[in-house]
Write a protein that binds this ligand. Sequence first.
Ligand code: CA
Length: 230
Amino acid sequence: MSPTEQPRVLVVEDEPAQREVLAYNLEAEGFHVEKAENGEEALLLVDEEAPDVIVLDWMLPNVSGIEICRQLKTRSETRNVPIIMLSARSEEIDRVRGLETGADDYVVKPYSVAELMARIRAQLRRTRPSSVGEKLTFENIVLDAETHKVFRDEKLLKLGPTEFRLLTTFMEKPGRVWSREQLLDRVWGRDIYVDTRTVDVHIGRLRKALCQHGGNDPVRTVRGAGYALG
Ligand code: CA
């Protein structure tokens, strides 16, 4: 699976056994998993990895999960990343709710893997719809992540795999400006060395593909910043 289609989950849990089991299960479900064993590490990884969902344990050494959650929800760059809080007891969950930490969902330990997966998918449906097979729409363009087909004005577009992944990234957040580095990371993956000029080449191909039956070029070049859709 390519980096675009693979949703990224950050697991923050200090208990090694619990962390590994959870990571193992998430990877088996097709998620890309990053692991942090404390809050400080979690905050660093959130900036580096831009996860799609964070599974955050309440009981962590030094800085608690609640504090991490509060910090992430007050920063504009991380505010929209869904956070699922894990807690050992339901009374703690009640407290989290009462504290208004901004967590998007709460799961009590011991939880079933199936339940947690369902909660994660529910969050992704909101923030990364293509990763759970939802259709994306932008103006007259429709992208079907399940069948890998793109239509503009109901006409099928011919699109290469890289252009498809670029378009998916754009359509999940219309209007958002992506730098070439961010696009490289999302579309090609950070483990592969690709020159940033490659991004420009594929943006050119995407523009051509989107206009193959006519219509305006919906991809916007933002000087000194990168590209955006719309
Ligand atoms: Ca813990």
